[in-house]
Design a protein around this ligand. Sequence first.
Ligand SMILES: [Zn+2]
Ligand SMILES: [Zn+2]
Length: 440
Amino acid sequence: MKTLLSALALVATALTLSAQSGTPWTTPTQAEIDAVYSDVDALYIDLHRNPELAFQEVRTAATLAARVKALGYEVTTGVGKTGIVAVMKNGTGPTVMLRTELDALPVEEKTGLPFASTTTAKNAAGQLVPVMHACGHDLHMAAWAGTARLMAEHKDRWRGTLLLVGQPAEEGSAGAGAMLRDGLFTRFPRPDFALSLHDDDTMPAGTIGYHPGFFRAMSDTVTITVFGRGGHAAMPHSTIDPVVLASRIVLSLQTIVARENNPVDPVVITIGSIHGGTQGNIIPDEVRLQLSVRTYTPEVRTRTLAAIRRIAKGEAIAAGAPREPQVDAPATAGAPVYNDPALTLRLAGALKKGLGDAQVVEMPQKMTSEDFAQYGLAGVPSTLLHIGAVAPAKLAAAKDTGIPVPAPHSPEWVPEREPTLKGAIRAEVTALLELFAGGR
Ligand SMILES: [Zn+2]
Ligand SMILES: [Zn+2]
């Protein structure tokens, strides 16, 4: 036993020495990650307990800014309203950007966690809403902070410029554009590469998913207001009921996907909100529908939006509505996320080497969207990686029962904390080191 222990001690000493004597740092060791974990975990819990809505991330931004400042980064706050930029210039080499989102969602938390959010805040429309980190941006921030610390503490082992970005308002897709308009790529070193990592409900905790090429869809928010003629609930014959009209529109819109669209072109039309009336014995005079439309190409998007207008108008005519529905859709869509194929495959290779082949998998594209697309559109080769955040046993049970695990945006979304945070830090540092070591 004693011999075994001294042999192990010898190996450990040899490893430490080889690290100090300049063996390339390609992936952090378990010990290096463990050394920052308790701090990262405490930050995660603090951020989870104190979520803030898009463009209101003042406390969140200040918390992250103070941390990276203490690590020696040059920090600028208030970029794109509430965003932060932290720069570490560390000799000659590429400039690499790592982005986290700062914002939370208007969701009432139902996780039952001891540190669950009970926060409320006023949304952009002035309504008081519950707030929760239901998309895992708290996890992204905590990992980003852990990565920031490892990179700062091992500055002697990489060369280049690290640009850490805390982006506001990813939900609603306004934050990336706001930061770019505020000079993200002109006031600060322009990145040669941009990376981000998002938590995921389909893979085991810590598994990294990559997808070269188009990865996330375009997203449009459409509002339809339908008009009827209100009156007494017991006298439908003297009214034109906009609730029935709106219901018909909801169902007819699904035929765009099922009957008008080429099945090989993905389209999603979700009516996430429908509001009308005040109580059961009154027929209201208008109903408002809010839609989310997801597409991948400008042609399919244009055709889908035109079909939505046509169906809303046609159903209103069929119902004898006194006015045409009002359909409000943005003139331009957010861009789809395009993962630069060369960058994505290069990182997948480095991650497989660092984390093991089984930990890094190619994943399918998704219909969710992300304003991370804006950085690629601005000409910076970019890639958005995913990290599995679910206990393997829960994924296996979901497969058996056919009931999926809660996903991001669900009031029950809880990433499997320790393996996901540690996996995210390991993946981020590994990806950064690959790009710093390999140059442009
Ligand atoms: Zn989200
Ligand atoms: Zn998100």
